[in-house]
Design a binder for this molecule. Structure first.
Ligand code: NAP
Ligand code: ZN
Ligand code: ZN
Length: 346
């Protein structure tokens, strides 16, 4: 066991504070990673708040991990000491079910093992990236391309893949009108990725406060959803809408913005259910779908895609003592556009 400095919420809704955790010894197929940066995802906040249900405490959140390999087990073949690597939302899965075999480990039929707030195969709770080291099986580790700095790469491990996967699956590309709903951590990556895929990109944000940034990051259009004119003008105009909104939303209103046979893919994970009028999808033969992160191979593909197109996330780098304040700003939709913790400050 190795004792590692970490930041944890000791109890539900409690502020995060400095602590230490134990990491398991490096096993045959394990990689020990010196974590350099960890992104703050809104999912970290939902879970600390127990907004999705009962959680495991103390909780060390963090599933946007970028670091450098410090040690490898004797059976490790894909990584060597010094490699730049990332870990996202999962650190294990059954590896045998149809989904695992198909590279859809996030939908493992036995349930994937979350990077934190989960119990590992060893029966111990998992602890995430707000810490200085982590031990992970090499099959759940990806390579960060040399062209990407580790700080701006960290958020790609969740925010990046969560947008890349549905945008690819639902055909975002040339000739397609794509709207990204919510211009936060996930949303701003959606703008960059949809633009890089060649789609015509519209941001739908609560206000026009972040319009200049949206256009700079690759949006062609930017509208405020607080303005009723937006819904009149944009009715029936999108092939695809991806909602990244963290709060309950009137999906019925957003479904009116789709073309016939258009799709609204939701990735936001609000704590409360939403009311859906099924006539909103019947008329126009529309699809309302969901998507959760992406598989390991697709996460590697996404990192290579971002490096090839020369972008990571837009980040605000903070010290560990700024985590609680950052949480408040994320909840207030005041993030531009991902907080990343410099783990040297833990
Ligand atoms: P975030 O940075 O807080 O962004 C969410 C954005 O949603 C905000 O910036 C805001 O955009 C908009 N928003 C917030 N409250 C709203 C409201 N009441 N009405 C309308 N719009 C509102 O959060 P994030 O880290 O991107 O995560 C977004 C959601 O996705 C969270 O629920 C998270 O748990 C979930 N998530 C899901 C997956 C998955 O695999 N499906 C992965 C990661 C995260 P504007 O200011 O532009 O309006
Ligand atoms: Zn996340
Ligand atoms: Zn499986």
């Amino acid at each position: 066991m190795t004792t590692v400095a970490a930041y944890a919420a000791p109890a539900p809704k409690a502020p995060l504070e400095r602590t230490t955790i134990e990491r398991r010894p490096v096993g045959e197929f394990d990689v020990l990673i010196d974590i350099k940066y960890a992104g703050i995802c809104h999912s970290d906040i939902h879970q600390v708040q127990e907004g999705w249900g009962e959680a495991i405490f103390p909780m060390v959140p963090g599933h946007e991990i970028a670091g450098v390999v410090a040690e490898v087990g004797p059976g490790v073949t894909r990584f060597a000491v010094g490699d730049r690597v990332g870990v996202g939302c999962m650190v294990d899965s059954c590896r045998e079910c149809d989904n695992c075999q198909a590279g859809l480990e996030q939908y493992c039929t036995s349930g994937m093992t979350g990077t934190y707030n989960a119990v590992g195969k060893d029966g111990e709770p998992t602890y995430g990236g707000y810490s200085q080291k982590i031990v992970v099986d090499e099959n759940y580790v990806v390579r960060i391309p040399d062209d990407l700095s580790l700080d701006v790469a960290a958020p790609l491990l969740c925010a990046g893949i969560t947008l890349y996967s549905p945008l690819k699956r639902w055909g975002a590309g040339p000739g397609k009108k794509v709207a990204i709903l919510g211009m936060g951590g996930l949303g701003h990556m959606g703008v960059k990725i949809a633009h890089a895929l060649g789609a015509e990109v519209t941001v739908l944000s609560q206000s026009l406060r972040k319009k200049d940034d949206g256009l700079r990051l690759g949006a062609d259009h930017y509208h405020a959803t607080s303005d009723p004119k937006t819904f009149r003008e944009l009715a029936g105009s999108f092939d695809l809408i991806v909602s990244t909104v963290s709060a309950p939303l009137d999906f019925n209103a957003y479904l009116t913005l789709l073309k016939t046979h258009g799709a609204l893919v939701n990735v936001g994970a609000p704590e409360e259910p939403v009311a859906l009028n099924l006539f909103s999808v019947i008329g126009g033969g529309k699809t309302l779908a969901g998507s959760m992160i992406g598989g390991i191979a697709e996460t590697q593909e996404m990192l290579d895609f971002c490096a090839e197109h020369g972008f990571g996330a837009e980040i605000e780098l903070i010290g560990a003592d700024g985590i609680n304040e950052a949480y408040e700003r994320v909840v207030d939709s005041d993030v531009r556009y991902r907080f990343v913790i410099d783990t040297a400050t833990i």
